[in-house]
Structure formats: structure tokens, C-alpha cells
Design a protein around this ligand. Sequence first.
Ligand code: NIG
Ligand code: FE
Length: 408
Amino acid sequence: MNPAAAQGLILHAHLATLAADHGYGLIEDGAIAWRKGRIAWLGPTAELPHAYDTLRATAVDAHGALLTPGLIDAHTHLVFAGERAQEFEQRLQGASYEAIARAGGGILATVRATRAADETGLLAASLPRARALLADGVTTLEIKSGYALDLPGETRMLRVARRIGDELGIEVRTTLLGLHALPGEFHSRRADYVREVCTHWLPHLHTEGLVDAVDAFCEGIGFSAAETRALFIAARALGLPVKLHADQLSNLHGAALAAEFAALSADHLECTDAAGVAALAAAGTVAMLLPGSFYVLRETRLPPIAALRAAQVPMAVATDLNPGTAPLRSLRVAMNMACTLFGLTPLEALRGVTVHAARALALNDRGRLAQGLRADLVLWDATAPAELSYWIGGTLARTVIAAGQRVV
Ligand code: NIG
Ligand code: FE
């Protein structure tokens, strides 16, 4: 890292620090200084210590613009080849997501395209999606595998995920999603597939340094609770954290299962019941809300937002960016949907893509503005924090800084 490039100073910004347990943590006319990629000082501009005078020559005057922590998209499937616009048309004509999947489309259609792509092609197809997120303020990104469903292909996907982080100068956390769909060659050999993922792929990919967490699609058209449990036991044996696509289309009690394994997050949750919410609360598992797929599938059953709120389950918001249920390349649009469709407040939506998203990735060095944390910062063409959820379409980020370096 070039130390000169990883330091800087912004003056006269409207800081939303999110530093306390509640609220925006606003500092009007605030300044923020960073060195070696970490926040060195923040507070009222008028109180900036003289120690930072050397940074004044290159300081940026924000003229009252909003400054927040870099946004964190903690649930994406953005590495894949091809697209599924045809399925979008089929669904508009009445076909259901599940029926398309059972007929060999859906996830398996993307598996065919992704298997056919080499690493260069996969990177070229995926980078623009990551760039679109970054351009509007995302400085930390989670990316899942799960569209190759064979070991060479899953390896390729996870490598591409890491390369995206290197290429864009942002942090990418990888998740192995081997139990996403049953690949055709394992038809009628489900148990063999689950065993292969648990006892061979997972330890191998972990040794390669490609797995930060483990996920499964626990669903009627995915994998059962028992199969998911086997995977979680294998992950635990390797010391890897888990998360789960839980209770999206039906209630297989995925939230409770995730909580039992102290999952980082339980994701979707449209069909989660009161016992599931209580289990998440007791385990401290984050509820990862994905309004993009709810919108695309034209779901009507809402996640139990009021119960999650009452139980003080931390709620995160993510894009779920994927070719089937969420061709959504904007985390801010997901924030808007979380407010409009799920009834979150703009404050909850912002905490959901910062503080709570960081927690869902077990990253305690970001998601807030405080001394010593990573200098992941976004200066917005906005003044009020609610504007981040309010404006729909286009980009609002003016300047994006990741680990102290300007990336947009
Ligand atoms: O999170 N549910 C499983 N995975 C994705 C959808 C994947 C796809 O349809 O390609 C999701 O919604
Ligand atoms: Fe997903």
C-alpha cells in the first residue's frame, strides 16, 4: 500500500457515524482524517487537532454533503455466466419460480452457462456487476459460489470472487454454496452429493484459502434440514462460520437450524415463525433481509419484521444479486425496497447495510465511523441520511474510499 495514498482529510461533511447502538450518530459540520487506511480522527471540523494540519493542503471540502461508512453488501451471487431474462418473461406469463426450477431451468440453467465459462470469461462477466455496486458506495462485498456445482467450477467461481476484490481494491468475503441445487449427474444420488461437498470439496477449498463461510439453500427445491445440518457439522469441524438461505419459499425451520449453529446470518426469512425469530434472537444471528428477490418473485408473504424488531434481532439488508430472483445491481435500491416493501425505516435500512451487515460477515473493523476502524468512506450527493433510501435509480455516491484509498 502506498501510505501517502492511504491518508486524507475531509472537512465540513455531514457525518453519519452510526457509532452508537442506536441512531445515525450525526456530526454536523464534521471532519474525518485517516492514515494508513484507518480512521485517525473524527469530530466537529472546528475541533480538528493541529496534528492533522499537514493533511489540510490536500483536504476535500464536502460543503455539507453526507458522509457515511462504506456500504456492505453481505449476500450476493454475482459471479455467474449468462442471464435468465427468458425466465423473467416466463414468470410474467404465469410460470412459477419453483416450476421453472423443477423443469431443469432456474439455478441449473445458470450452472450450465457457468460451467462452460473459463476463469477469464467468468471474471469479465462478473466484474461489471461488482463495479455497479462499488460505483454507488459498496466497499465490502460477499460473493457465494453455487453456480458450478462441481469442484473445478466452484474453485473457479471462488477464485474469480477473490480476483474481483483485488481488481477493484475492495474486500470480498467468499462463501461456499455447494448445497445450492442438486447437479444433474447426482440425480437420485443426493446423499452422495452432500457427502462429496462435506467431506471433499469443503476441506479442499478451505485449504486453498477460498472459503470464508459456508451456506446452503434449505428449501423444498433445495436441500433438507438434515442435509443442511450435515454440512454445518462439517463446517464447524473446520472452524468455519455458517449462514443459511432460510425459510424463503416454505418453512423448513431454517432460521432455528441456523441459530442452533450460531450462524452469522439467516437470510430471506419470509416464512419464519415466532420460534424461529426467538431462536435468532437467542443466538445473536443477523436476519438478512433480501427484498429484491421478494419483489422479483412478487411474493406476498413478508418476513416477520415487527417480531424481529421486537426481539432486537439485528436486521441487515442485501441485494441477493443473482441471475434468477434478483438481477439487482444496486444496494441502495435494496434499501429503498426494504423501506417500501418491508416497512423498515431509512435508519434501519442504513444500519442494515453498514453496522449489521458488518456483523453478518464477522468484520468488526468497519460498518461505523470511529477511530481505528478501516477508512471505508462514502461522500454522497445528498445531505440527509434518509436520501440514501429515498432516491431510486442512478448513482448518488460522489467519492468512494476503501481502506483509505479512493476507488471511485
Ligand atoms: O438467493 N435461493 C437460492 N439462491 C438465489 C436464487 C438463485 C437463482 O435463482 O439463480 C436466491 O434467491
Ligand atoms: Fe441468495
